[in-house]
Design a protein around this ligand. Structure first.
Ligand code: MCA
Ligand code: AMP
Length: 486
């Protein structure tokens, strides 16, 4: 297929900044040289790796590592650098990378020390190899939580990455003149595919904040950045800060495009941001498995509470429980969103059962998201089919994996996990625990630390309730509704 990043070899933007992380930056010429050198090294690696893991810290090295792997034609598996051992071991045994790419000096945890390691040299001096990959070749394997069990690896082909970024360019009028700012993590689709590969495919620039802060956003937007990407938690924090921060309001007022995604942005936050800045945040809707499906267009009506219209090339339908299509666009009839198009993943790695279950006979992916359509085609997401999926801070978290981790704690006899509304995080994780010894029940700090250390900090419970027994139905199944509704 044609190159994913034409700007790396076009003479045009050679001297233009491609990436800036804090005080360190690379022009397109420097990025091509560094990623080209790494690609050569990956290809020449003793094991001829089928996949490479990337220690995905929010740093320049991560961007170079992923571009290097893509240039080498070897799929990259981005790893959350805060992953606990249990999660890490699962991902490594499932994806079997032969090599891990990391920044020089980064200390890697035990499971990764068993792999060959290549330090990423951001000043490498190679050349960009010819792209000999096919469009169906895997580009990335991104791990995403399901309702039960450990996360599954979504295999994202090169075609999906190219298609979704080009569709967003069309919807957002995103060009090489845009300078994007964000502080998203680089081990998920939002921060990595949209937030790093997006600007690079356009020949534009990314300024990454290292970690999100309203000060960083204000500074970069005041200094020439044109677009901001964030999860709703970040926009909520912006909305909270605006009344006392006229510089932030002025900076946001200057932006060409403010985009929110990964979870629903509450109408109240939309309204507060618009009132203080005169600008509207637009929402787009996607999933790890599908990349982006819909968006409010840059020239469309930015209606708060909707995720806009299907992107070019995406077929989207709403279906009833029995699979029959919801035809009416009355803004009221709810159906599950199903999508088909070149933006979709190919499979869950090593999980043919889960892959088969995710698709309908005619090739639509079942998203599990429930929505209505307005008369003009705008999609409005109203909920989720599975109650056992929690979106907290924009991260998707499965209740089952947290329950399993809690059950591994010696002071826990039984555990159930639910999500409850949280103004900052959207939803917060709540653990309902039957202690092994009622006289000394495990506290929040203990259980949060346990889950954070085994899985990841964002998966830790924020609230713990102690019960003498979990409510169960006649079949022995935990009745979560009885937990949350008292
Ligand atoms: C606290 N911390 C702990 C513990 N307690 N660490 C270990 N053990 C504990 N018991 C630490 C945390 O690690 C963190 O460390 C700090 O305390 C604060 O963490 P926290 O309160 O969890 O939140 P936050 O750091 O304020 O994070 C809010 C956030 C974050 C920045 C909005 O949730 C975030 O980055 N979300 C983005 C999620 C995302 O990208 N989703 C996209 C999925 P430290 O201070 O060192 O960091 S892709 C997707 O959904 C689709 C495709 C789509 O449509 O986009
Ligand atoms: P993930 O698996 O982490 O990629 O999360 C995908 C899920 O995030 C989708 O299935 C939706 O439930 C949710 N999501 C993403 N963007 C939006 C949005 N703009 N509004 C509401 N939900 C969203």
């Amino acid at each position: 297929m044609s190159s994913l990043f034409p700007a790396l070899t076009d003479d045009g933007p050679g001297g233009r900044t491609a990436l800036r992380f804090g005080g360190r930056s690379l022009t397109y010429g420097e990025l091509g040289a560094a990623a080209g050198a790494l690609a050569e090294r990956i290809r020449a690696s003793a094991h001829g790796p089928a996949r490479v893991a990337v220690w995905a810290t929010p740093a320049l090295e991560t961007a170079v590592a992923v571009v290097g792997a893509l240039l080498a034609g070897v799929p990259a598996v981005p790893l959350n650098p805060k992953s606990g051992e249990k999660e890490l071991r699962h991902i490594l045994s499932d994806s079997a990378p032969a090599l891990v790419l990391a920044a020089p000096g980064d200390e890697l945890p035990a499971p990764l020390r068993e792999l060959d390691r290549a330090d990423v040299d951001v000043h490498g001096t190679g050349s960009v190899p010819e792209d000999r990959s096919a469009e169906d070749d895997p580009a990335l394997i991104v791990y995403t939580s399901g309702t039960t069990g450990p996360p599954k690896g979504a295999v994202l082909p090169r075609r999906a990455v190219a298609t979704t970024l080009d569709a967003l360019a069309d919807a957002w009028r995103w060009t090489g003149d845009d300078v994007l700012v964000h502080g998203l993590p680089l081990f998920h689709v939002h921060g990595l595919v949209l937030g790093v590969l997006g600007p690079l495919r356009r020949g534009g620039s990314l300024r990454h904040l290292g970690r999100f802060s309203t000060e960083g956003v204000a500074r970069e937007l005041a200094d020439g950045a044109t677009m901001l990407f964030g999860v709703p938690t970040m926009y909520h924090r912006i909305a909270e800060a605006l009344p006392g921060d006229p510089e932030l309001a002025a900076a946001l007022g200057r932006a060409r495009l403010l985009v929110s995604g990964s979870a629903a942005l509450p109408v109240h936050d939309h309204e507060r941001i618009t009132a203080a800045t005169g600008r509207r945040v637009i929402e787009r809707y996607g999933m790890t498995e599908t990349l982006m499906n819909t968006s409010v267009r840059a020239d469309g009506e930015p209606r708060a509470g909707t995720v806009g219209v299907p992107l070019p090339g995406v077929e989207l339908r709403l279906v009833e429980e029995d699979g029959s299509p919801v035809e009416s666009r009355d803004g009221e009839t709810v159906g599950e969103i199903q999508v088909r198009g070149p933006n979709l993943f190919t499979e869950y790695l090593n999980r043919p059962d889960a892959t088969a279950a995710a698709f309908t006979a005619d090739g639509f992916f079942r998203t599990g998201d429930m929505a209505v359509r307005d008369p003009d085609g705008y999609v409005r997401i109203v909920g989720r089919k599975a109650t056992d999926l929690i979106k907290s801070g924009g991260y998707k978290i499965g209740a089952g994996e947290i329950e399993n981790a809690l059950l591994e704690h010696p002071a826990v006899r039984e555990a159930a996990v639910t999500g409850e509304p949280d103004a900052d995080l959207g939803e917060r994780i709540v653990a309902w625990v039957v202690p092994a010894d009622p006289a000394s029940p495990p506290g929040l700090e203990e259980l949060a630390g346990h889950v954070a250390g085994r899985l990841a900090p964002h998966k830790r419970p924020r609230v713990v309730h102690h019960l003498s027994a979990l409510p169960r139905n006649d079949m022995g199944k935990i009745m979560k509704r009885a937990l949350t509704h008292g």
